[in-house]
Design a protein around this ligand. Sequence first.
Ligand SMILES: O=P(O)(O)O[C@H]1O[C@H](CO)[C@@H](O)[C@H]1O
Ligand SMILES: O=c1cc[nH]c(=O)[nH]1
Length: 340
Amino acid sequence: MDEKIDASNKVQTIQMFINLVLFSRSFSESNLFPRKGFQNQVQVKNPNLETMEEDILYHLSLSTKTHNLPEMFGDIKFVCVGGSANRMKAFAQFIHKELELSGNPEEITDICEGTDRYCMYKVGPVLSISHGMGVPSISIMLHELIKLLHHAQCQDVVLFRLGTSGGVGLAPGTVVVTEKAVDYSFQPQFEQVVLGKVITRSTELDEEVASELLQCSSELQNIPTVIGNTMCTHDFYEGQGRLDGALCSFSHEDKLEYLRKAYDAGVRNIEMESTVFAAMCRVCAAVVCVTLLNRFEGDQIKSPHDVLVEYQQRPQILVSHFIKKIFLFYQQFVVLFSYN
Ligand SMILES: O=P(O)(O)O[C@H]1O[C@H](CO)[C@@H](O)[C@H]1O
Ligand SMILES: O=c1cc[nH]c(=O)[nH]1
């Protein structure tokens, strides 16, 4: 009997080891992590940083001189970002309970309280940060976040954007895990003006994390989830083909024609940050947004407040299920290896 248990423990250990290797491999092709075997440290692609005595992360109200970043953040494995400060606080409290961490989730404090630009909460291995609305706002936060993870010597980090969006041909409340983040012309690219010239960056995301998230959704109830392309725009109204803004330069037919073209190009939802998020975080990242309405059916978001709150929780529940799986796996791995 004891021998049987021993043998099954060994099989389990080997299986876990294989899983861990496979999982680590999925991180290793990222922009942030050069291949360094098992431990992939978050990298920045800017040689100027090496020559700086101090790096002030102004909008996060943190600095390499005034804060011990490795001590504060070195154990981060998951970063979750989303537009609203309240949502990201609620997520931090939710994941605190889900991971059964010690301490009172109601007492978590905003690490960035020195600034009202963004809020940031750390719960165990998870960092939850708000980014505001649109590309410029998230881009500033991501520059400072990626430098923070680098200065803190974080390894094997996965980043998630937990957001809301307009659905394209989907029932409201559907969660879309982004396959490709595309621009207004449905291309998987992010254009940025640098020194007066347009540069283009790829917006590839982690396929394995996306399909693992789809798998997670099948293990949960009431989280209808699809994988599809996400179109990122620079505006909520005309930029997303809405007829109800303060300005409107096109007809109802023009709008439907554009949405149909988007649908045919694989677009299933529209939001305002995915391309820059993907371009900056690359293959160690996933975008998970719930749809608040079906854009073929209208432009105004009419669902009652409690329905919208429940919809917003869906990406949080899905991603927390994913994190919990990995977190418990790592914990078991550490326990098994300390006994073997
Ligand atoms: O739900 P969040 O994360 O704020 O994202 C979506 O909602 C905002 C518009 O209402 C845009 O920022 C869009 O990307
Ligand atoms: O239609 C929508 C809904 C939420 N967020 C967006 O960007 N668009």
